[in-house]
Design a protein. Structure first.
Length: 72
């Protein structure tokens, strides 16, 4: 699986988390920072979902038969 966040995005997320820890819980700035962190998380989830969909589509196009085995 490829890296889902660029190094700049990882740094930004880390910086925002540190900033959030210093802010007063419940304040407007706290809410804005929390929203910014949530937006980065949504981007990461969307990229993961996109990668999974593209990979499974490529597998289905390349192979005629895909077998799944239950190993217990």
């Amino acid at each position: 699986m490829p890296a889902l966040m660029s190094s700049g995005e990882r740094q930004r997320k880390r910086r925002l988390r540190r900033k959030l820890n210093r802010q007063v819980k419940g304040s407007n700035r706290y809410k804005v920072t929390k929203l910014a962190i949530a937006k980065l998380a949504v981007k990461e989830v969307d990229r993961r979902k996109d990668w999974i969909e593209k990979t499974t589509t490529d597998l289905v196009r390349d192979y005629d038969l895909i077998a799944i085995e239950n190993l217990q």
